[in-house]
Design a binder for this molecule. Sequence first.
Ligand code: GLU
Length: 303
Amino acid sequence: MDYKKILEDIHQEILPFADKGHQADYIPALAKVDPDQFGMCLMTVSGDTYAYMQADTRFSIQSITKVFALAMCLSLKGEDLWKRVGKEPSGTAFNSLIQLEIEKGIPRNPFINAGAIVLSDILISSLEDPEGEFLHFVRELCGDRTVDFNMEVALSERECGYLNAAIANLLKYHGTIENDIERVLMFYFKMCSVEMSCRELAKAFTAFTNFKPFDYAGFKLSQSRIKRMNAVMQTCGFYDEAGEFSYLVGLPGKSGVGGGIVAIYPMRYAVAVWSPRLNSKGNSVMGMKALELLTTATQESIF
Ligand code: GLU
């Protein structure tokens, strides 16, 4: 497959979408990002890499971080994790409070904010140095020791994170989180603030293609667990647009409000794409289009 040419063709085809959508501005530090950027990187399980445009520019991975947190929590807790958080698509916005209230503080899935705040609580309770171990895990996955939190972004989000604070309070009220709310929120914001490039994300996510046993920084997952993580990415990875993403792209993955999307073609490759302008559901406009064109051109999807 000539991925190099396919990526170049995709970029030409998505240019008409270049000014569609708006970057996230509810986190003030993200509003400063130049919205007119685009990068893409496809990495096969054998390490062949096809990087295009700004594939090496780091950006705020935001919700993509939830996949890393889920992998760590599943490794620590196994199936018991699902007593604290569900695995059904939510059908509501990623920061919705209503569903959480109706369902008595058990988040629908680990990829909505409430679910990831519970993952943060679990990591704080289970690890001696949650921040250090989280970074070590992500650095092992992507093979770069300089990957780090961006504290300006984390603090900027904390300053205006009223909804996430409300979610954390509701979770605490229902006894779903154990630790101090401030501690849990700050850890959650730090995880979201991690900056990585498309190349680093593609490398990290090849670990979730299930082509070899998962064992990074002491966190191990069986192939069956990785398969199930992919199932959760497929059904819950794209906000309230997981159905549309399945329909158009047909790959499991995860997006973030920094404009990044990572998708997985099981046993074959991971592909990361980034462009800050988002659609009304919070997914990158150019990113989604690029991945739709990729699976159309290659006819490589899970369906
Ligand atoms: N830190 C962001 C928030 O909690 C993550 C949102 C996202 O990327 O979906 O709102």
